[in-house]
Structure formats: C-alpha cells, structure tokens
Design a binder for this molecule. Structure first.
Ligand code: SF4
Length: 330
C-alpha cells in the first residue's frame, strides 16, 4: 500500500497524475520541484525504504530511449530500451536496481506521450524492424493497475509500422492485455525461474505456476510470448531444478507459438555487486563461485559455461535453435 506520493509540481494537473491520485485517496501528497530531490540524496537506506516505498510522479525531460547492447538481441531487430519507471514492487535478491539506486521509492514518469514521440522518431530512422524493450529499470506489468502502462503503450506501438515492444515481466497483472485484442508486435516476455529460486530469492513475485497460468491465458487470447531464463542461478541441485522447470513449462504452454527464448547467467557491475553484499551479507547466492572480470561480477567462467551448456542442451530439445538467444555480458 502506498502511503506517500510525491508529485512534481509541473505535472500536478496531468491527466495521468490525477487518475493515480484518485486511486490513492488516503495517501499523503507532497509537492516537489524535481523527483531527484527525493530520489537522489545520498543518506538513504534502500533496504529500509523497501519496507514502505513512496511513489514519485515525475516528468521525464529527455533521453527517453537508449540503444540496447547488441548482446541483448532477441531477433533480427535494431534494439532499444526505455524506462517509464524506476524501481520495482518485487524484491529479487539478484536485482541490480538495489545496487544502482540509493532509493527504493518508485519513480513513475507520467508523460508517456513523450516516450512515444521519441520511439516514433527512432523507429523512423530505420527501414528494418526495431524492438523497444521496457522493463529494464522496473517490471513492465507489476504495477499495471496503477500505471496503465501496457494499456497505453501497446496500441501506440501498433501504430508505428516497424516497431516491436517487449514487455519484460514476472507479473500476472495481465487484465489490460486480456481486455484488448492481441498485438502481433508486442512480445510479453516472462522471466522464469525454478520454484525454489522463486521462493528463496525472488521475494514477493508470483509463483512459477501463476506465471505459467498467465502465459496460457495470454496465448489463448493470441498474445505473443517470450521466455527469459535469466539469470540462471547456481546452487546445489540446480541441474535437476532447471530440468524439472523446463519440463513443467514446456508441457503446459504452446511451445510452437513462442516468439523467443533466452538464457543468461547472473552478472552485475562490480560496484553494484558490492552494494548488494553490504545489504545482504548472509545471502547464500552471493557467496558462490563468483569472479570479477572487466568490471563485471559473474560466476567463474568455467561454471558459467557449464551452466549455460547444460540448460541449452535441454532447452533445444523443446524449441528450435532459431528461437533461442543467449544473453551475453554487455
Ligand atoms: S522483477 Fe526484475 S526489476 Fe523487479 S526486483 Fe525482480 S529483477 Fe528487479
């Protein structure tokens, strides 16, 4: 439940601001000049704030769309990402956001129209298809009942003839998608992990079964689904757990209709990783066989390759190689 909402004075009368404020009638409203006054100060404790984060409604001023690293490709597209929101209602222990931001408050940029304007401009610079990824600094759908992000962006993307949208999510907040006609240029990409990984380190996220149920409902309505097994987490018995998970998911969904499937292992800039260890000194996954190379912390090279090879050879029993993508370090 959100008890405090900070609002930049410039967007106080924005329609989206009004709609959100109407939803949280009992929340205290605090006007600010710029979201950074609340979000950026250094003396903040991410873990403490995570217990009761505030919502900050703000206006993004520039740099709406960024080029995505080549390694994150999921098809023959030019790849870009954008962030209408910073931070997440879930609490995955491996999430880089807690290492990157000082604050756990949710920042929502309400000027969606400006994002679309820049997306149109970027798409018009290419004659080929262009993929725009959301869910880089947040979960794309987790706060959908409040943000109406997918409800707005999905039809807008359909109006841009060479644009594709990837909604990256662990959420089951799919009602708005089920209420619309399926958009063939929108990929709802579910991050999937074995149930024991979800229980132990993907705190507050929907169970594996609930994610599978959401995928089935979306597929029944004609939505295009991607699967993201990223990050694969190492622990005693990971092999059997991932094998079981692949079996469970591929026996439940329409595998032939999948858009793409990707695999990636845990990786994070060293600086963020150090912050995570300070926050969770006893967290088992960080005491595993990690190493730092070129400013990134990841599993040791041999182990990383072994994990990827193991999962790849099982995955490729279920899906054709042309639909498989490996996420590499940026
Ligand atoms: S769902 Fe994604 S953005 Fe949210 S906490 Fe987990 S890893 Fe971070």
């Amino acid at each position: 439940m959100i008890s405090n909402i900070y609002i930049e004075e410039e967007i106080i009368d924005h329609t989206r601001t009004r709609q959100i404020l109407a939803r949280f009638k009992n929340a205290e409203q605090i006007i600010c000049t710029h979201y950074s006054e609340v979000f950026n100060p250094s003396a903040q404790n991410f873990r403490l704030q995570k217990n009761n984060p505030s919502l900050i409604l703000a206006k993004k001023m520039n740099r709406f769309v960024h080029q995505a690293p080549d390694a994150y490709r999921i098809g023959p597209y030019h790849n870009y990402y954008f962030s209408h929101m910073m931070n997440c209602i879930y609490d995955c222990r491996y999430c880089f956001l807690q290492g990157m931001y000082r604050s756990a408050h949710y920042v929502l940029f309400v000027n969606y129209e400006d994002f679309i304007t820049e997306i149109k401009t970027v798409a018009s610079q290419h004659s080929e298809d262009v993929a725009f990824f959301s869910g880089y600094d947040c979960d794309s759908l987790a706060l959908e009942p409040v943000t109406h992000f997918a409800k707005y962006f999905t039809p807008e993307i359909l109006n841009i003839k060479n644009a594709y949208l990837e909604l990256r999510t662990k959420s089951t907040q799919i009602r708005h998608l089920l209420d619309m006609s399926a958009n063939p240029r929108c990929i709802v990409a579910f991050s999937i992990s074995p149930e024991d990984v979800i229980n132990k380190i993907e705190h507050k996220t929907p169970s594996l079964q609930k994610r599978i149920d959401a995928i089935k409902k979306l597929q029944n309505k004609g939505w295009t689904i991607g699967l993201r097994f990223d990050p694969i987490i190492y622990y005693d018995g990971y092999e059997q757990a991932y094998k079981n998970m692949f079996e469970t998911i591929f026996s439940a969904i329409d595998t032939a209709a999948l858009h793409s499937v990707s695999l990636g292992v845990f990786r994070m800039p060293d600086k963020f990783f150090k912050n995570l260890i300070k926050m969770h000194p006893r967290e088992h996954i960080f005491s595993g066989p990690m190493e730092s190379s070129n400013g990134m912390t990841s599993y040791k090279f041999d182990l990383e390759n072994k994990m990827i090879f193991y999962c790849e050879q099982i995955l490729l029993q279920y899906i054709p190689a042309k639909k498989y993508f490996r996420c590499l370090d940026a």
